[in-house]
Ligand binder design. Structure first.
Ligand code: ADP
Ligand code: MG
Length: 547
């Protein structure tokens, strides 16, 4: 039973396992021989799907049956897709990508993938993490755990050595997203200090800049060809632009033929010109990095020891140069687009070792005896030294975003105007848990009051931060659950209600609301984004119909 690590990326995905003889993680390439597979699904018919580069190529000719960037919809309950009369969810589409990765393993190595660790961005909330687990279950996999991409990357870079103390900045520029995370290692235990980023900034924006350049170049060279309104030409150029961009990571100039209605123009692009036309994009990432370092400083991190480059877009040489200048630390770059999957493979061994080797800890009564490192190494197909290295290492994670309740708040009287009899009120989100609090959290209690006299019910709505920063505005938050305290006797406005939040290490949120006068209590346990076992089974049947 080998354990695998999967980087389920917004634009590219990748699968890895720890090699049995060297103990090093290796990538299992897809059937086309590539290390990474585009996270794109083409619904060819009710019975057939294609995943990867083929699906990506179809996107232009049959866009209505192609799904890309599904990761952005993970955890959203209201996203329902339909192809050839059949319903799909973000979880089931992601399951198709996972199944494709797993299939390439069985085709290329003959191994069956059962247990996996899947990575998620550090900013993923409870719903998104749960949706990722569910995607794995729909794909028929045993999901040992989901772990943060930057932590996986740090693991691969070999920085999570037991007993070590350092602070690491992970700069992850992928295809559709940008993430920065600060990780602290204290005596070898990992804590995510803070995380920031943009969900709408990534390699595709660099592609677009190049595509626009090529487009304008063609139109200027061939003004009579009628290309200026051609959406089709621009779409074609997006795919071409990505290849051109990649070649500029290794050479100083690249040339590209652009053909439209029988006319062909050859465009040249130098790396310097490319860097100039995309300088504002890079600057945005550097500003977010500054913001992250600022947050980290507020949390007591005043020195960054290591800067790690992660994500395919950090192959661009300018990223390395500019980030080094900005942060004052020479970044490390080692297979940036494979690092997350490889780190996840190491984690898959780590997690299995942690649970299996410590099964008899504590009082041990009635529990399965821990297996020996030798036996586990044998079962997992990894060298025993790898298991031993994993022992005694702990990973702490943090609350990914702020969580709170929505409350009616009196508006202060407007200056200069007479005070109204009843103060005007507005809705705000009061956060009880803030982003980056280490998990598991303590119980956090805040007192609120009933909104009006003789209120018969109290509605408790749980809201989660939706934007990049914490905000009290309801529109910057998402409602993720609710409940009612019912049958209250008549109470005065402002009668106290204690609300308590606590989040477990696994990201499960417990909420308790207690009306203090009556002692009436509401308890909520948020299983947000989770499907029932029946729904998972149905989705599994639906995706296994597809080949
Ligand atoms: P994801 O965002 O899904 O995690 P990756 O980290 O693999 O995916 O990043 C994909 C992005 O990296 C794409 O935009 C791709 O064009 C870009 N990329 C991959 N290789 C290179 C390269 N050699 N030079 C520049 N960009 C690259
Ligand atoms: Mg990624």
């Amino acid at each position: 039973m080998a354990a695998f690590g999967i980087d389920l990326g917004t634009t590219y995905s990748c699968i890895s396992r720890v090699d049995g003889s060297t103990g090093e993680p290796v990538i299992i390439p897809n059937e086309a021989g590539e290390d990474t597979t585009p996270s794109v699904v083409y619904f060819e018919s009710a019975y057939k799907v294609q995943v990867g580069a083929d699906a990506k190529n179809v996107a232009r000719t049959d866009p209505d049956h192609v799904v890309a960037l599904i990761k952005r919809d993970m955890g959203r309950k209201n996203v329902q897709l339909n192809f050839h009369g059949l319903p799909y969810t973000p979880e089931s589409v992601s399951a198709l990508i996972l199944k494709d990765l797993v299939k390439s393993v069985s085709r290329t190595t003959g191994e069956t993938v059962e247990s996996v660790v899947i990575t998620v961005p550090a900013y993923f909330g409870v719903a998104e993490r749960q949706a990722t687990r569910v995607a794995g279950e729909i794909a028929g996999l045993d999901v040992i755990n989901v772990i943060e991409e930057p932590v996986a990357a740090a693991m691969y870079y070999g920085l999570l050595t037991p007993g070590a103390n350092r602070t690491i900045l992970v700069y992850d520029l992928g295809g559709g997203t940008f993430d920065t995370t600060v990780i602290k290692l204290v005596d070898g235990d990992v804590t995510v200090v803070c995380t920031d980023g943009s969900h709408s900034l990534g390699g595709a924006d660099w592609d677009e800049a190049v595509a626009t350049y090529l487009f304008d170049y063609f139109v200027a060279e061939e003004p009579g060809a009628g290309a200026e309104d051609s959406e089709e030409l621009l779409q074609d150029l997006m795919l071409v632009a990505e290849k051109l961009k990649m070649s500029l990571s290794v050479r100083q100039t690249a040339e590209q033929a652009i053909s439209f209605r029988g006319r062909t123009v050859r465009a040249q692009l130098s790396r310097a010109a490319f860097e100039e036309m995309t300088a504002d994009l890079l600057e945005q990432t550097l500003e977010i990095t500054d913001r992250t370092l600022h947050t980290a400083r507020e949390k007591g991190v005043d020195k960054i020891d290591e800067v790690l480059l992660v994500g395919g877009s950090t192959h661009m040489p300018i990223v390395f140069t500019r980030l080094a200048e900005r942060v004052g630390v020479t970044p490390k770059r080692k297979e940036p687009d494979l690092a997350v999957a490889k780190g996840a493979a190491l984690f898959a061994v780590h997690e299995t070792a942690r649970t299996r080797l410590t099964a008899a800890d504590g009082n041990g009564r009635g529990r399965r005896a821990a297996v020996s490192a030798e036996r586990l190494a044998d079962e997992l197909g990894v060298p025993v030294g790898t298991i031993e290295k994993m022992q005694g290492r702990k990973v702490t994670t943090v609350v990914p975003r702020a969580f709170g309740v929505i409350v009616l708040e009196d508006l202060p009287p407007e200056p200069g105007k007479p005070e109204p009899e009843e103060p005007a009120m507005h809705l705000v989100v009061e956060h009880l848990l803030h982003a980056n609090t280490p998990l598991p959290t303590e119980r956090v209690t805040k007192q609120f009051g009933t909104a009006v006299d003789n209120q018969r019910e109290i509605r408790i709505e749980i809201w989660e931060q939706a934007g990049d920063v914490e905000s009290r505005q309801p529109t910057d938050n998402t409602n993720i659950g609710e409940g009612l305290i019912k049958r209250l006797p008549p109470l005065k406005k402002g009668s106290p209600v204690d609300v308590t939040f606590q989040m477990t290490e696994g990201g499960k949120l417990f909420v308790e609301a207690k009306e203090l006068h009556t002692g009436l209590t509401l308890n909520l346990e948020l299983q947000i984004g989770e499907m029932t076992p029946g729904q998972v089974a149905d989705a599994r049947d639906a995706v296994s119909r597809l080949s």
